[in-house]
Design a protein around this ligand. Structure first.
Ligand code: ACO
Length: 371
């Protein structure tokens, strides 16, 4: 017990702004102990309080792709639903996109980066394997009080990040967690492979997660899964410890995304439906109760297929893949921004986020929107 109390005090004193409960200084160890216990046993809930998005200005249209590979605007629109995607300049990396999105979120909330407790960067295209992109973003933002890490869950990354942030805040140990989904997919896409190069774009989005005020609900529940048996269906084979970079790995184009599109497609439709309906059922809700379904944007037909099985009316399903393509961890915040701008989400509305990605990973979150 003594050890526990003294550790707690040291922790609060070294970083009192972020983690200490509201206590007056100069109190006895016993008082600290009671206040700590009370704080730990208080029930916290988490809400999303700000959203920032950034896409690089460069645009790659279907007409541009027609000049690069054997494809057509008609095929891409019919089979995938993408018209254009944003592509970062060669000197721009994922942390650059992430920082821009983060700055917008912080400005919207009216807080300084120094107030952040943690930064989670969801990405499969980090600037480099280490240091983490979270470290690079923390430094660029000047978020001196934050810890953080990169979260690798491909297209489900942002939903996993929100789940993690909600639990950090709900535990009472964190007050401001910034979740960033950022990917520069153009760096790992083979622009000679028509089956993948038409699908992806670059972008970033950030959401701030904080404790709710009295009477607010915020984060309700999640249903996340991984299924590693699907690993071969979508992967970047080289660049890790299994296949480090060699002349052969580069000449065989093994550092690019490889996928079995049909397998991924079927799995994505089924899982988006199964987890979304199971999560709603767990709360005695139906799709009629939610204001919007904000799905990961991989293929318009995947979204429509899952939405039809869910029986949700199409005006409640947010689709913006035509303008951004699949930006991997950034699709959910980008689609949320569009839903807000279209007036489809208001304070008190139920919002369902759903994603499926490489791994396989599956992420579903239910939130009550509190902004
Ligand atoms: N332009 C023209 N023709 C093409 C293109 C293209 N860009 N790409 C493939 N084709 C051709 C194929 O070669 C094939 O020709 P063939 O019949 O002569 O052999 C034909 O089109 C049909 O190919 P399919 O692979 O069966 O096409 P499908 O309708 O399945 O669409 C696609 C392919 C778009 C990849 C689809 O399977 C898909 O979206 N899968 C999901 C993959 C995905 O989104 N992954 C990303 C992340 S994971 C996620 O977010 C869930």
């Amino acid at each position: 017990m003594k050890h526990w109390v003294s550790n707690s005090r040291t922790h609060w004193q070294s970083n009192s702004r972020t983690h200490a409960p509201n206590v007056a200084p100069r109190v006895s160890k016993g008082t600290w102990c009671i206040l700590y216990w009370l704080d730990k046993n208080k029930s916290f809930k988490a809400k999303i309080t700000a959203l920032g998005c950034y896409t690089p200005p460069g645009v790659l249209t279907n007409q541009d792709l027609e000049k690069m590979v054997d494809t057509s605007d008609e095929w891409i629109m019919q089979r995938v639903g993408i018209r254009e995607r944003h592509i970062a300049e060669p000197d721009i990396a994922t942390s650059d996109l992430a920082v821009e999105a983060a700055k917008i979120a912080l400005e919207q909330r009216g807080i300084e980066a120094g107030e952040l407790d943690a930064i989670i960067v969801c990405t499969v295209t980090p600037d480099m394997l280490f240091p983490s992109t979270a470290c690079l973003v923390q430094d660029r933002l000047g978020a001196k009080g934050a810890w953080g890490f990169d979260l690798v869950a491909a297209c489900s990354g942002f939903v996993y990040g929100l789940t993690t942030a909600a639990h950090l805040v709900s535990s009472g140990s964190h007050k401001k967690v910034l979740v960033i989904g950022a990917d520069t997919m153009s760096r790992i896409i083979d622009y000679t492979d028509r089956s993948t190069c038409v699908l992806f774009g670059d972008g970033a989005g950030a959401m701030l997660v904080e404790p709710t005020a009295d009477g607010e609900v915020g984060f309700i529940d999640f249903l996340n899964e991984i299924d590693g048996s699907g690993g071969d269906a979508l992967k970047q084979p080289a660049g890790g410890s299994r296949m480090p970079a060699t002349i052969e790995s580069v000449s065989n184009r093994m550092h690019y995304v490889k996928q079995d599109g049909a397998q991924v497609f079927k799995y994505a439709v089924r899982k988006m439906f199964e987890t979304s309906s199971a999560l709603l059922e767990r709360h005695n809700l139906t799709t009629a109760d939610i204001a919007v379904l904000i799905p990961h944007q991989a293929n318009r037909r995947i979204i429509v297929g899952a939405a039809e099985r869910l029986g949700i009316s199409c005006d409640k399903v947010i689709i913006n893949i035509d303008r951004f393509g699949n930006t991997t961890a950034a699709t959910i915040p980008l689609a949320t921004r569009d839903a807000l701008q279209a007036g489809k989400v208001k304070k008190g509305d139920l919002v369902l986020f759903a994603a499926v990605g490489a791994g396989y990973t599956v992420g579903t979150n239910l939130w009550r929107w509190e902004i």
